[in-house]
Structures are given as structure tokens and as C-alpha cells.
Ligand binder design. Sequence first.
Ligand SMILES: [Zn+2]
Ligand SMILES: [Zn+2]
Length: 143
Amino acid sequence: MALRFPDSMEECIYFTRRIIGSGKAAAWVFRQPCTACKKGMMGKPVDEKTGKAKIRALEYTCSSCHASIEKKEYEETLSCNIQYTCPSCGKSGEAVAPFKRKSFEGVPAIVFQCASCSKKLGITKKMKEGKKKAAVDAEDDDF
Ligand SMILES: [Zn+2]
Ligand SMILES: [Zn+2]
């Protein structure tokens, strides 16, 4: 089953594009409806003054009933969709991994496996690498 690529960032609570060696990956997590009221969508709380989501908030809240769930607890229930070009075998593929950081080569990452060569790949937490990569990661969410 082909993954659906998001039409807009609004649909996602997380979206990033990464270069992985000679390969690359795009990863995203769709926003999900609230399980309590089934009307609202879960997202980072919105700052009432600016109207912008508080991306550093440590919780997600429902846009309708304002139920909130602790960030880590909530994220671990979600799935991360990944489209990649494998740096090891050069093939492209899709994967779904838990939206949960594991230690990958000493760095927290969403870990998945290349379906073609079984190489383990990681979407690593963004590190401070200077401003060079800022343009590439401009759309990156808090991670
Ligand atoms: Zn709700
Ligand atoms: Zn591969």
C-alpha cells in the first residue's frame, strides 16, 4: 500500500526531509483526531495572542474539547511514515515506524529498515550543524 504524502504541513504534527549519506528520506506524522470527543484534532496548544502553535509545548491538546495528553506518551502511540532512498543499496521505498526515538549510532532517531537490503536507517534528531542546513530543514518541526 502506497503511503499518502501530506498535501500540506497543516495535516502533520511532524514533517522533515533528511539527507542520509548518499540517500535521503522524508518523514511525516499525520495529525490525528481526538479520541475523547472525536470532533477535534490533536495538536500543540495554540498561543492565544499570536495564533501560532507552541511547538515547544510538552503536551498535545484537542482543538475542540481541549483534552490534553503528555507529549511523549502521545507521540509513542503514533506512526511515522517514511519515504526514502537507501544510502546502502540505492533503492527507494516506503516504511512505517513507531514515532519514537531510539538510540541509533548514539543519536536519538526514528529507526526503520530498508525493505530492499535490510539496512537499518535512522531519521536522527536534528543536530546543531550550523546555518548551512537551515534551508533544508526550514520546515522541520520541534523534534
Ligand atoms: Zn477532543
Ligand atoms: Zn537498501
